[in-house]
Structures are given as structure tokens and as C-alpha cells.
Design a binder for this molecule. Structure first.
Ligand SMILES: Nc1ncnc2c1ncn2[C@@H]1O[C@H](COP(=O)(O)O)[C@@H](O)[C@H]1OP(=O)(O)O
Ligand SMILES: [Mg+2]
Ligand SMILES: [Mg+2]
Ligand SMILES: [Mg+2]
Length: 332
């Protein structure tokens, strides 16, 4: 008997693993090749390579499934960016991806171009935390499958995360399937190795708790999280790291809380920045809502249209934290 989504898990894990290894090799070599997107955020050859490899693999096995991915190939098709495209082609050739050509690379990337909600789709952030990637700190390759508005499968490839039970091993692949728990495996492990189940902490004492948040104060308000920490007597310094690695840190019990507090009115979180991390934490026993305590709604297209910010906890700390955000009027 097979468990639900076993086939999807197998294909997706191998694609994320391959993409994570490409990201790692790009990071080790050069990273000063950066395109600036229209919104002024950076994108590298690793972002595009990762999206190409993962969309190619998903499309080969699940051709009917739309993919809502972060990147698209419009800029890469411009003549002025031809050299940049050739560097992506070279990365995929080095990774021995069959049928690699400039045209196919653009086509694979654009397979991740769905925008609308459908009853079954994947969502992909080929590199979440590009700024962390450029600083050679934390970043994540993030992939999730959403069926009938529910996240059923989530994977985070974290090439710079120490393995939870052996910190000498760098690079962790996290995954969760709805109802089946959350697990970590080393990114580099070639032979079959038992997946290590991860769990959130059980503390209900804020004075003993630690929270994590973005490095970038433009992505999450450090001023507001400081106010919350003072009100709740959280004494420990926040752990700042980029990307959905923050979800993994809570899921494996290295922090108790992740706060993502809006920095400007009107910003809507993107589904690919959260879907995989949310399922990982929920399956590890934790709780995720927006800053008003509402569940995140993954049936609204590519944005979390009906939500503001994100609050992640081990569970026991959740309600009082949401209440405090209300008292401080941070949720308005
Ligand atoms: N104003 C904002 N508020 C919240 N998140 C943002 C904002 N601007 C960009 N982001 C997104 O935050 C993510 C990184 O988060 P973190 O700080 O936790 O590493 C990126 O995916 C980035 O999207 P983008 O890819 O468009 O730059
Ligand atoms: Mg980006
Ligand atoms: Mg992102
Ligand atoms: Mg990204």
C-alpha cells in the first residue's frame, strides 16, 4: 500500500535536491552576477537555474499540474541578457540536465508562470531569501503542492542549514506531507538514510522563549517585534535569518516563535514565500496564522490576499502573542 502523495514527494524531493545542489555550486563560485527585477529585488543565475530544473522535473511527471513560481524568463529572452542566459545554460549542462539549450531553459522557467488558483497546483520559490544567498547566509529552495486550497506537501531545501542532529553536517532537506509528520534529511546523503522526525518546543513561558525574524527590516518590522518582546518579557535576543529557514528553525525546536510583521500597508505576502514552511511547522506540531489570528488562505491566487503578516509559534504561545499584537495595535 502506498501512502498519499508518495509519488509526488519522491519526484519533488529529487528535484529540490538537484536544484539545491546547483544553488550551492553557484554560491561557492561566483554570485556577483545579478539582474535587478522591476521591483528592484535581485535575481541570480541560481534563482533561474533552480526554477528551470524543478519546473522541468514536475512538468515531465505531472504535465497537467500548473506551477505558480516566482520567476519568469521575460528578461532572459532580451538580447542584452544573452550572456546571463548562457551562464544558466552552463550551470544546467554541468548538472547534466538533458536537452539543455537557451530556448528550453526559458521554456522550463516559464512553465512556472501560472498565476491563478486551481484545484491542484504547485507553488515554487526557486531561491527564497536571495539576499541571504548573496550574503552567503541562509536561503531555501521552496516547493509545495496545494490541493483544494490545502497544502498537502511541502519541501524546503536549505543548503546552509546544519543538520539538526549532527551540526557538523551542513545542508538539510526538510519535508512534510499532510497528516504524515515533518522530517529532516541531510542534503548530501546519497545512500538511503532514515528521515529524522522534527518537533516544535513545548514551552508556554515567554521569558524562556526565543523568536526569529527577517534580517531585512524592510521585510518585517524589527521595531514592532521589539515592542512585542518587551510586553511579553521575551529576554533572549531574536535570531535573524533570511528565508523560510525560519520556519525550519521553529519546526525543529531551535526557536519558539517566528514573527513577520508588516512594514507597509498594502503589501501582500506571496504564497511561495510560505506554503512549504507552513506545512512543515504544522506537521511538527506548531501553529501558523496571520497577525490577526486568521488561518492563511492558499486559495486566493499567488498572494495571501486576505491575510496580513504571519505569526508562527510552537502552539502554546500562540494565543497570547496574537492578543498582544492586538493590544499594541500592531494588527491594524
Ligand atoms: N515589504 C515586504 N514585506 C514582506 N516581505 C517582502 C517584502 N518585500 C519583499 N519581500 C519578500 O520577502 C522574502 C524574503 O523574506 P525574508 O526577509 O524572510 O528572507 C522574499 O521572497 C521577498 O520577496 P522578493 O522575492 O520579491 O524580494
Ligand atoms: Mg525574489
Ligand atoms: Mg521568497
Ligand atoms: Mg525567490
Amino acid at each position: 500500500m502506498t501512502t498519499p502523495f508518495q509519488w509526488e514527494l519522491e519526484i519533488a524531493l529529487s528535484a529540490v535536491k538537484q536544484a539545491s545542489q546547483i544553488c550551492r555550486s553557484v554560491q561557492a563560485a561566483i554570485t556577483d552576477e545579478v539582474l535587478e527585477k522591476k521591483d528592484k529585488s535581485p535575481v541570480t543565475i541560481a534563482d533561474f537555474s533552480s526554477q528551470a530544473v524543478i519546473c522541468r522535473a514536475l512538468n515531465e511527471t505531472f504535465p497537467q499540474d500548473p506551477i505558480i513560481g516566482e520567476e519568469d524568463a521575460a528578461e532572459l529572452r532580451l538580447e542584452e541578457n544573452r550572456a546571463f542566459l548562457e551562464m544558466i545554460v552552463a550551470e544546467l549542462n554541468a548538472a547534466q540536465i538533458p536537452e539543455t539549450s537557451p530556448e528550453n531553459v526559458c521554456r522550463w522557467i516559464d512553465q512556472g508562470g501560472a498565476k491563478e488558483y486551481s484545484s491542484r497546483f504547485w507553488t515554487l520559490d526557486p531561491i527564497d531569501g536571495t539576499k541571504g544567498f548573496l550574503r552567503k547566509e541562509q536561503y531555501a529552495v521552496s516547493l509545495a503542492l496545494i490541493v483544494d486550497g490545502k497544502i498537502v506537501l511541502g519541501i524546503l531545501g536549505c543548503p546552509n542549514m546544519p543538520f539538526p542532529i549532527d551540526e557538523t553536517v551542513t545542508g538539510t532537506l526538510y519535508y512534510a506531507v499532510a497528516g504524515q509528520g515533518a522530517f529532516a534529511i541531510p542534503l548530501n546523503q546519497d545512500q538511503e538514510q532514515a528521515a529524522f522526525p522534527i518537533r516544535v518546543t513545548t514551552t508556554d513561558d515567554f521569558s524562556q522563549s526565543r523568536f526569529c525574524e527577517s534580517v531585512e527590516s524592510g521585510h518585517s518590522s524589527h521595531g514592532h517585534s521589539q515592542q512585542v518582546a518587551e510586553k511579553l518579557d521575551i529576554e533572549k535576543e531574536p535570531r535573524r535569518l533570511d528565508s523560510q529557514a525560519k520556519y525550519a528553525v521553529v519546526a525543529q525546536g531551535n526557536a519558539d516563535i517566528y514573527m513577520r510583521l508588516p512594514t507597509r500597508v498594502g503589501y501582500r505576502e506571496k504564497i511561495w514565500d510560505h506554503a512549504a514552511g507552513v506545512l512543515l511547522v504544522q506537521e511538527a506540531g506548531g501553529t501558523v496564522t496571520d497577525i490577526t489570528g486568521k488561518p492563511l488562505e492558499f486559495d486566493q491566487g499567488y498572494e495571501l490576499k486576505n491575510n496580513q503578516g504571519v505569526i508562527v509559534t510552537n502552539g502554546p504561545l500562540h494565543q497570547e502573542l496574537i492578543q498582544t499584537l492586538g493590544e499594541l495595535a500592531i494588527n491594524e
